[in-house]
Design a protein around this ligand. Structure first.
Ligand code: GDP
Length: 403
């Protein structure tokens, strides 16, 4: 099994050193790649900044979907890839476009400096991006003579921060990335610590995502090829097979899949991420989303989203267009529930009447019927872009939908 990990934390708290240590101790590095890895680790020092988060949306707005295939691999019982190298902007962009998804985050906190601004920001972002597992590495223990009370204090502080974001039961590992304590090797310097090493903690995580997700096929266009009508689209989640009966929303049309094409070949099944053509016994309107009758897509009229506003202001009752999957429909701000400081994750106002640029907020939107999913369930259809007058002004994820 391979899991993807993102390593976050305040600048200088030891992220790059930790990656170096993981690679070094795991001896997973292929021959001749050391120099390349060192370069990548340098790149990793670029901060995991909120600015990159914004950049990533700009890229997404241009519809540029570059996939960063550079991966660093280390291993315990399982294999781990470190996503987001080089450049953290890639990570956020890939998470939001669905190209990659980190299953676990390691939050590095220096025991010398404690919680800092980026510690908070990153924890907020990790939560917003739907990463359910966070392991906290309390680093630089060698600088405080492996002092247990220092570790305990920081564990309590960080625990409070994570609890405010809804995390509970996080593992805290006292480490020195520099010296290698409790990373792969159990340290003699921390006899007071009986928990797992960092690699043991990683190996113990069982990703929730292994469960097969329901099928969601987004119909993008219909082409007449010869005598056939072919609906081109993308399988966003689940598996689509020849012979499947599908229901499409919001139209409610039911069809049977007669054949599947991956041009020019005929195929039997298609998986998440595949762009294919299907021939069906009916006509599917563009932008409709199909699924199986036992877990069908549902058309929503309203959704609760967490939004980051990238331009202008957003006020109660404002009208926008919302873009999700292949659809763009009108929507209106019904209620702004909470204004959130996008750098700290703190709720700064309840029921404000407007929010400003670069602020985040939880908002209830009324929409024309469209298929969206909770980001936590099917992230591919759980992220959206807000547009006004043809211009993209914000982006967000779906927390809840209502039919
Ligand atoms: P990053 O900005 O989070 O990637 O931090 P770096 O990995 O670049 O580390 C910042 C500084 O802290 C460097 O000078 C490292 O050598 C030092 N450092 C990192 N981890 C440790 C550690 O466990 N112990 C000590 N003493 N220094 C460390």
């Amino acid at each position: 099994m391979t899991m993807s990990v993102v390593i976050v934390g305040h600048i200088d708290h030891g992220k790059s050193t930790l990656i170096g240590r993981l690679l070094y101790d795991s001896e997973a590095l292929p021959e001749g790649r050391l120099a390349e890895m060192q370069r990548l680790i340098e790149e990793y020092k670029k901060r995991f900044e909120f600015a990159y988060f914004l950049d990533s949306f700009e890229e997404e707005f241009k519809e540029e979907r570059t996939i960063d295939t550079t991966r660093i691999l280390f291993k315990g019982k399982n294999y781990f890839t470190v996503v987001d190298v080089p450049g953290h902007q890639e990570f956020i962009k890939n998470m939001l476009t669905g190209a990659s998804h980190a299953q676990v985050a390691i939050l590095v906190v220096s025991c010398v400096d404690g919680i800092q601004e980026q510690t908070r920001r990153h924890a907020f972002l990790v939560n917003m991006l739907g990463i359910k597992e966070i392991i906290v590495a309390i680093n630089k223990l060698d600088m405080v003579d492996y002092d247990e009370p220092t570790f305990d204090r920081l564990r309590d502080d960080v625990s409070g921060l994570l609890a405010s974001l809804g995390y509970g039961d996080n593992l805290f590992v006292p480490v020195s990335a520099m010296e290698g304590d409790n990373i792969y090797l159990r340290s003699q310097n921390t006899p007071w610590y009986t928990g797992p090493t960092l690699i043991e903690a990683l190996d113990a995580i069982v990703p929730a995502e292994i469960v097969e997700k329901p099928l969601r096929f987004v119909a993008q266009d219909v082409y007449d090829i010869g005598a056939e009508k072919i609906t081109a689209g993308r399988v966003e989640s689940g598996v689509l097979r020849q012979g499947d009966e599908l229901v499409f929303q919001p139209s409610g049309i039911r069809v049977r899949v007669e054949s599947l094409r991956s041009f020019p070949d005929e195929i039997q099944e298609a998986n998440a991420g595949d762009s294919i053509g299907i021939v069906v016994d009916g006509e599917i309107p563009r932008g409709n989303v199909g699924g199986h009758a036992d877990s069908p897509p549902l058309a929503s009229h309203s959704l609760l989203g967490e939004v980051v506003l990238l331009e202008g202001k957003l006020r109660q009752h404002d009208r926008f267009e919302i873009k999700c999957g292949a659809r763009r429909v009108p929507c209106q701000v019904e209620t702004i529930r909470e204004e959130i400081n996008s750098e700290t994750g703190e709720v700064t106002a309840t029921n404000p009447t407007e929010i400003g640029v670069n602020q985040a907020a939880t908002i209830i939107f009324r929409t024309e019927p469209m298929v969206v999913e909770r980001f936590a369930d099917i992230p591919e259809l759980g992220r959206f872009i807000l547009a006004r007058d043809g211009k993209n002004v914000g982006a967000g994820i779906v927390l809840e939908t209502t039919q």
